[in-house]
Design a binder for this molecule. Structure first.
Ligand SMILES: [Zn+2]
Length: 409
């Protein structure tokens, strides 16, 4: 007989307090005796101490900064999480919509577990790769395989007027599009048309896709910018008013392409340290430049080839990479992209006034290396090989599910 899994209830109905009320209910199995919260979320290499927004966790006492030890063997644990930071690696909740990042909300539970989301009854949708189903007005249910599935599947949800959903099929794969936040200057049909080009060009480039379905999750608001990649989704933020202008629209689409390409380069082709993860500590690798820099190079390349940005914009981006380092970043002479990758946790994500002298962006230097590598390959093979072709070959030969441990040989 299958054991009844743990059940989690996330109550989003007190949006004006920006607090998610959480309950973990014992199923056939006990709630883990020690509840440890993640300290970071993959793709954003900084220890963010998510436990600092967790309050009133009971019945338990704390044993370290991110761990509570349960008292007895309770049938129910409850607490609340303050969610008021509009970024792609933190959670936000108000009366009108939510943008939720799994690592901020739940301790590591193992799994499988069931998650019920309670929203105000009028809310129209919940969008996530977790595939929530509406079971009643204001009640949505999803089955979660394990902690990786939960942490790698952000959730957005909204009241009427504060979001929209749609979907399209490209290359035989259903792609969902959903946005929350401030109404933006473009319409769903604009997103669909542009995203379709990105999808077609990416799947052509890699000759296949590592997912069966994909979610573009968008959060619009004043001065928002950022994206975070996930195995079969992305959560990206942008200033929705700015994208009326061609320049910002191009920048937005490059961001979308960047996070989409990550489904291949970092989720499938990846450094050994980047999956499966230790969610409670830094995960060190000298190779983030490969995951981020080459993705930066490829997003421009792909947007140019897919006719999303003009050729001039592509060459401007290359010129920017080539001149940024010698002109404004003396640290690039002494700092390798591998060193910069390894120390991302304490340097790139925590810049100060001395950073330009002693550090270098693994994005900029990685993209520059990508360009040089592409030029060298093309010349040496007389055009038979290019970096995009090499990446496709690596994906075909070595691409692997994001959470299958890599062989240690
Ligand atoms: Zn990236």
């Amino acid at each position: 007989m299958k054991t009844k899994p743990l059940k989690v209830i996330l109550d989003l109905t007190k949006g004006s307090s920006h607090r998610v009320q959480v309950k973990i209910l014992r199923g056939g199995e006990n709630i883990p005796a020690d509840l440890s919260f993640p300290v970071w979320t993959p793709g954003s290499y900084l220890v963010r101490e998510y436990a600092r927004h967790v309050t009133n966790l009971a019945p338990a006492h704390k044993v370290n900064k991110n761990t509570w030890r349960l008292i007895g063997n309770p049938a129910e644990v409850s607490y609340e999480v303050y969610c008021f930071e509009r970024t792609v690696r933190t959670s936000f909740l108000d009366e009108n919509y939510a943008s939720l990042v799994g690592a901020t909300l739940l301790p590591l539970l193992g799994g499988p577990f069931e998650v019920e989301l309670k929203t105000p009854r009028a809310w129209e949708f919940v969008a996530s790769a977790l595939k929530f189903k509406k079971i009643a007005p204001g009640r949505w249910l999803a089955q979660v395989r394990d902690d990786d599935h939960w942490i790698d599947s952000p959730i957005i949800a909204a009241a009427p007027g504060f979001g929209e959903t749609s979907r399209f099929v490209a290359k035989g794969i259903t792609h969902h599009v959903a946005w929350v936040g401030m109404r933006c200057a473009r319409e769903m049909k604009d997103f669909e048309a542009a995203f379709r080009k990105i999808v077609n060009a990416s799947i052509d480039l890699f000759e296949g896709a590592p997912f069966k379905e994909y979610w573009f999750l968008l959060h619009f608001g004043q001065k928002l910018y950022g994206g975070l990649e996930h195995r079969d989704s992305q959560l990206s933020q942008f200033d929705g008013q700015g994208i009326a202008e061609a320049k910002d629209w191009d920048a937005f689409l490059r961001l979308i392409a960047h996070e989409y390409i990550h489904a291949w380069n970092v989720k499938s082709i990846r450094p050994r340290a980047l999956g499966p993860f230790d969610y409670t500590a830094e995960n060190y690798t000298p190779d983030i430049w490969f995951s981020e820099g080459l993705t930066d190079y490829l997003d421009d390349y792909l947007c140019w080839k897919a006719d999303i940005i003009p050729e001039e914009a592509y060459w401007k981006a290359r010129l920017k990479d080539a001149t940024l380092l010698p002109d404004g970043n003396p640290g690039h002479l002494t700092r390798s992209p591998a060193e910069s990758s390894f120390d991302a946790w304490i340097r790139y994500y925590r810049p100060d006034e001395d950073s330009i002298n002693t550090d270098v962006s693994y994005y900029a230097k990685g993209a520059l290396l990508g360009w040089c590598w592409d030029a060298h390959l093309t010349k040496a093979s007389r055009g038979r090989w290019t970096l995009p072709k090499l990446m496709a070959a690596i994906y075909q030969e070595f691409g692997i599910d994001a959470y299958v441990p890599l062989a240690t040989a």
